[in-house]
Ligand binder design. Structure first.
Ligand SMILES: Cc1ncc(C[n+]2csc(CCOP(=O)(O)OP(=O)(O)O)c2C)c(N)n1
Ligand SMILES: [Mg+2]
Length: 570
């Protein structure tokens, strides 16, 4: 059954085209074929993947890196259930992703049809919008609303889900009902800050001695405004995984390596589009010892989870920061310059030491490379204007600390390992002229390893670096230290380069220091490419040591857990 122009499927494709969608990440199936064929007819490129979860991961990476909507298209039943991990990940990361699916034709609904299932029930708790659209003429307005919800107009951004019975997709929509107002993109609503709140924020920030600024997801796109505030105030700044690269590592406010000291020291903490989640000790007074909070966010959770602000501004972070800097005018900051300079000095010293220790990281007693040796060579080869995706356990921790790039993504607050390969593919398609590198553990690589096929077929210029230590090593370490026994956490010393070559990808195995540099150069020149880096399992990462692996009761890190325990008892 062919699908014609003016069908509901045709309108879906036309709307996505109007909204600037260039790529849809998808896996085929009869229930969605009408949409698929109309997307193709509209010239929207279909990135056909090997597992629906990867399609949603790709849509999320696209959204997070470009600020655009990410779109995934998956078929009914198992196509939809496979996508759920991806949807949950986008939900926790608050990423604007639209997931489209199909369902049984209306006359066959709930009669035991193939792949029949009420998908919306399954995803309701992890989406901003979950609807089945049965009426062809409502397709445009439903999509319009779903996209709005995905971007967080009036709420939290995140995944929106819609499916359509296949006969609905083939249904014809009269021209009169194809309203331009639903087809066209509208400018996003920008929420401006209340001026009295801006004044209060300035009063607090400009009278404080030790101001720490922390940014997150909601600050993406507000880089220049954030930098201007840091410059005017002379505050110190902590990067978090959600907005890595927003303030360049070279900026004088960056004190990432002094995290522990600065969190307990600061008297005012300004969060910009950042939840006070586990990565920030839930904002606990046991860690942020005597700080007042100023919280800016365009979503409720980023404005007020866990700790109330002395000032709370629910508005666009860029607009708010601009208003604050404008309101402050020439007012003199009271930030203790010596305090800031000392932290910066400490940061610079530690960063330099880290670089040196990475470059000189010794081999393990097994003669295998240290993960940091690999990362040091990789950083040298890719420079700083690159996109880096980190994934895994120990290797993720080494890479997150050791690598620097203009854009970085990791498994995020959902801790969703396995995102590496799909994120890297989407990133390299969005930024074909930048070096795009996935630094992944061998365990994490396995989840979506089959997507190397997708990378080859779509010529996605990604370099995948697999740290092959033959184990879910961070868990091995935890078992060894905590339980004295290693059970079910070892993997094989597999030939990942051989696997990649079997799909036609340039791939090499690297075992020695001498092979390292030249292999990286060849791989960068021949992307998509994979480097199977044999590394020692003996290297213990910061995450392996600090508690993240063994999940303490009160806080995610051992030191915070201890501090929290003392504070609760005091
Ligand atoms: C989907 C999912 N499953 C399991 C985990 C728990 N987990 C976190 S890190 C890790 C080990 C990762 O191993 P690998 O990627 O090989 O990195 P390594 O520690 O060996 O460097 C596991 C199993 C998780 N975070 N997500
Ligand atoms: Mg491993």
């Amino acid at each position: 059954m062919k699908v014609s122009p003016d069908s509901a499927a045709d309108l879906i494709a036309r709307l996505l085209k109007r909204r600037g969608v260039k790529r849809v990440f998808a896996l085929c199936g009869g229930h969605i074929m009408p949409i698929w064929m109309r997307l193709d007819a509209e010239g929207i490129r279909i990135i056909d993947v090997r597992d629906e979860r990867a399609a949603v991961h790709m849509a999320q990476a696209h959204a997070e890196l470009t600020g655009e909507l990410g779109v995934a298209l998956v078929t009914a039943g198992p196509g939809m259930t496979n996508a759920i991990t991806g949807i949950a990940n986008a939900h926790v990361s608050r990423a604007p992703v639209l997931v489209l699916s199909g369902g049984n034709p209306r006359p066959q609904e709930n009669r035991g049809g193939l792949q029949d299932m009420d998908h919306t029930q399954l995803v309701r708790s992890i989406t901003r919008y979950a609807r089945t659209v049965r009426e062809p003429s409502l397709v445009l307005q439903e999509l319009d609303e779903a996209i709005s919800r995905a971007f967080g107009d009036g709420g939290e951004p995140g995944p929106a889900y819609i499916d359509f019975p296949t006969d609905t997709l083939r249904g014809i929509v009269p021209k009169a009902l194809q309203l331009e107002e639903h087809l066209n993109a509208k400018p996003r609503t920008v929420t401006c800050p209340d001026s009295s709140q801006v004044e209060r924020a300035v009063d607090l920030l400009w009278s404080a001695r030790r101001v720490l600024v922390i940014s997150g997801r909601g600050a993406r796109g507000a880089g220049p405004e954030l930098i201007s505030l840091l410059d005017r105030l002379g505050a110190v700044y902590l990067d978090t995984g959600e907005s890595r690269g927003l303030v360049p590592d070279g900026h004088p406010s960056v004190v990432g390596a002094m995290r522990g000291a600065v969190m307990s020291d600061a008297d005012v903490i300004l969060t910009v589009g950042r939840r006070l989640d586990f990565q920030l000790a839930y904002g606990s007074p046991s860690v942020f010892q005597s700080a007042k909070f100023v919280r800016i966010g365009d979503t409720p959770s980023e404005m007020r989870d866990n700790r109330r602000g002395a000032v709370e501004i629910l508005a666009s972070p860029a607009e708010t920061l601009r208003a604050i800097v404008g309101q402050a005018g020439n007012r003199e900051s009271k930030v203790d310059r010596q305090w800031a300079a000392k932290l910066r000095g400490g940061h610079a010293e530690r960063a330099k030491k880290l670089q040196q220790s990475m470059a000189n990281a010794p081999k393990g007693s097994d003669g295998k490379l240290h993960p940091n040796k690999v990362l040091s060579a990789l950083q040298q080869a890719i420079g700083n204007d690159s996109v880096v995706i980190t994934d895994g356990g120990d290797f993720l921790a080494f890479a997150r600390v050791g690598l620097s790039a203009s854009m970085m993504l990791d498994p995020g607050p959902f801790g969703c390992i396995g995102i590496g390969v799909p994120y890297g593919i989407a990133a390299s398609l969005a930024f074909p002229d930048k070096p795009v590198v996935v630094a992944t553990g061998d365990g994490a690589f396995g989840f979506n390893a089959i997507e190397i096929d997708t990378a080859v077929r779509h010529k996605a210029p990604v370099l995948i670096v697999v740290a092959n230590n033959g184990a879910w090593q961070i868990e091995v370490h935890d078992q060894t230290v905590t339980h004295g026994k290693v059970v079910g956490t070892k993997l094989q010393d597999a030939d990942y380069a051989g696997m990649a070559r079997s799909f036609g990808m340039h791939a090499e195995r690297v075992e020695t220091e001498e092979q390292l540099g030249p292999a990286i150069e060849r791989a960068l020149a021949n992307r998509p490419a994979l480097l199977d880096m044999v590394v020692t399992p003996e290297a213990i990462s910061s995450d392996g040591k600090t508690g993240l692996a063994w999940v303490p009761d009160l806080q995610p890190l051992a030191a915070w857990d201890e501090a929290e325990r003392k504070w609760r008892a005091s």
